[in-house]
Design a protein around this ligand. Structure first.
Ligand SMILES: Nc1ncnc2c1ncn2[C@@H]1O[C@H](COP(=O)(O)OP(=O)(O)OP(=O)(O)O)[C@@H](O)[C@H]1O
Ligand SMILES: [Mg+2]
Length: 320
């Protein structure tokens, strides 16, 4: 079986003055659901803007369906759709008008039928005549997906598709994304929701300050950590304990987090050591590492110190 890569990224770089927002990125992405994970300001949107031909790279390039983003941007645009991080629907139009506008902009044949198809796939047919102004956040996001799908793209770029949505709306969006993936579309999604990436993405790249720190399936990234996480709720002052195969990781208020080569075996040892220090142990849990743990391990917890970024602000406030 030959796997054809839909996206080939070669040394893709973008500088803004002295800031390197994306640094020599290399990735090969076939038909799959691929996630770019990174904290605010790590370069996710900058990467997507370059791949969708909306921003020129400072160095390097990429091929989308074998077309070069720098030399053949018009061909690239025929192959792709892009749902930006910020709202793309026109709230003064109805749902149907929003999709129809895209169908006509893309010049698809039979725009009326394609519009109805896209609305049906995204479960918006019965609300198609309502103004987008009165759609919920989840419905607007689905409407944006309907707009993106109307010309049947080979590659779909989704920048933070679930930000600002409630749990049920997020699940629904991911279900639609998975259906598209299962139908053979190459989908590149950015997110900083680790649990969603873990559950839904085939592979993920972890991006930190423009640099890719790791690329793999969520399962393999978690396996790489090769330790269990032991969390202990305590009362009292913690000072170091020394147990072979157990490492203190961090403290958050009354919760101590340890990494242990064998979590189950470490539990009684940690409890004895802490009570020996005069602490009382209120609760203990052992779990396998999550993608969050992988992320913290690779990227750390330092906050982004870059200048004010409107998108980050909108993410933070949940305003779409
Ligand atoms: N037009 C611009 N001019 C100057 N700096 C920019 C510009 N666009 C982005 N940056 C900077 O580049 C870096 C990467 O920004 P980018 O928007 O790609 O991050 P992001 O990972 O999408 O963040 P978020 O999660 O907040 O959306 C940030 O430090 C940002 O301030
Ligand atoms: Mg962004």
């Amino acid at each position: 079986m030959t796997i054809t890569a839909k996206i080939i990224i070669k040394d893709l770089t973008r500088n803004f003055g002295s800031l390197c927002a994306v640094n020599r990125m290399n990735l090969i992405i076939p038909d799959e659901l691929f996630g770019i994970l990174g904290p605010n300001g790590s370069g996710k949107t900058t990467t997507v803007l370059m791949l969708t031909t909306l921003l020129s790279p400072s160095e390097g390039t990429a091929e989308i369906c074998r077309y070069d983003i720098c030399k053949e941007p018009d061909n690239v645009r025929q192959m792709i759709s892009y749902v930006p991080q910020d709202m793309a629907v026109d709230t003064r139009l109805t749902g149907r008008e929003n999709v129809m506008m895209y169908a006509e902009l893309y010049g698809v044949s039979d725009p009326a039928k394609k519009t109805e198809d896209a609305l049906r796939v995204l479960e918006l047919s019965d609300r198609a005549d309502d103004y987008a102004k009165i759609y919920s956040g989840g419905m607007r996001r689905r409407l944006e997906l309907a707009q993106a799908l109307v010309h049947n793209p080979q590659v779909l770029f989704l920048d933070e598709p679930t930000v600002g949505l409630d749990v049920a709306a997020r699940k629904k969006i991911w279900e639609h994304i998975m259906t598209l993936r299962d139908a053979g579309m190459c989908i590149l999604v950015t997110t900083h929701y680790m649990d969603e990436a873990d559950r839904y993405c085939d592979r993920v790249a972890i991006l930190d300050k423009g640099n890719i720190r790791a690329v793999d399936t969520p399962a393999r990234l978690k396996q790489r950590l090769s330790h269990d996480v032991v969390s202990v709720t305590v009362k009292g002052e913690y000072s170091n304990i020394s147990i072979p195969g157990v490492r203190f990781f961090t403290q958050e208020r009354e919760e101590l987090i340890f990494h242990a080569d064998d979590g189950a075996a470490a539990v009684p040892l940690i409890k004895d050591a802490l009570t020996g220090q005069g602490m009382s142990v209120v609760a203990m849990t052992v779990r396998s590492p999550s993608l969050d743990d992988v992320f913290l391990h690779l990227v750390g917890t330092k906050e982004d110190s870059s200048p004010f970024n409107l998108s980050s602000f909108r993410n933070m406030t949940g305003r779409r």
